[in-house]
Write a protein that binds this ligand. Structure first.
Ligand code: FES
Length: 165
C-alpha cells in the first residue's frame, strides 16, 4: 500500500514539474501549430474550377467542371467521357487521337504549339487552322467556358506505323 502511495506522489510531482516547465517556455519558442480552418482570401478549390464544353462527334454538347492545371486529356479521363479512341497514347505525344478543334478566339488563348505537337497534329484527320492536341492544353481560369469540338474521325499514327490500321 505504501508503495502505491509513493508512486502516486511521484506521479503528481512529475506532473506538476511538467506543467511548470511547459509554462516556462519563452515567447517565440516553438509551440505546437494551431489548426485553422479558414482559407483567408484564397478562394475554395471548387470556386476555381473551369467550365469546359465538349462537342462530341455526334454533335452532343457535354459540359464539365475541371481543375486548373489539368490537361484536356485529364478532363476527358477524369469525367469518363466516352470519346472513342481519345487519348490512346496517354499524353505522350505519340498518337494525335486527342485532336480537338477550337474557335479562333479560344485558339489564340491556348498558348504556343511546340514542334513535337505540330508534328503529331500534321498526322491528324480533319486538321484545321485552330486544331490542337488535348493532352498539350492545360486549363487556366482564362480558358473558362471554352468549347472543344471532337473531330468526326481520329488517326492513331501508332497503328498506321505498324500497319494494323
Ligand atoms: S494523347 Fe496521344 S498525342 Fe495526345
Amino acid at each position: 500500500m505504501a508503495l502505491v502511495t509513493a508512486a502516486r506522489r511521484l506521479a503528481q510531482v512529475s506532473l506538476r514539474e511538467y506543467s511548470r516547465r511547459s509554462s516556462a517556455v519563452p515567447r517565440g519558442a516553438w509551440q505546437p501549430a494551431e489548426r485553422s480552418f479558414t482559407t483567408g482570401t484564397r478562394p475554395l478549390r471548387s470556386d476555381s474550377k473551369v467550365t469546359v464544353h465538349f462537342i462530341n462527334r455526334d454533335g452532343e454538347k457535354i459540359t464539365v467542371k475541371a481543375s486548373p492545371g489539368d490537361s484536356l486529356l485529364d478532363v476527358v479521363i477524369n469525367e469518363d467521357l466516352d470519346f472513342d479512341g481519345f487519348g490512346a497514347c496517354e499524353g505522350t505525344l505519340a498518337c494525335s487521337t486527342c485532336h480537338l478543334i477550337f474557335d479562333e478566339e479560344m485558339y489564340k488563348k491556348l498558348g504556343p504549339v511546340t514542334d513535337e505537337e505540330m508534328d503529331m497534329l500534321d498526322l491528324a484527320y480533319g486538321l484545321t487552322d485552330t486544331s490542337r492536341l488535348g493532352c498539350q492544353i492545360c486549363l487556366t481560369k482564362s480558358l473558362e467556358g471554352m468549347v472543344a469540338r471532337v473531330p468526326e474521325s481520329v488517326a492513331d499514327i501508332r497503328q498506321t506505323k505498324d500497319g494494323s490500321a
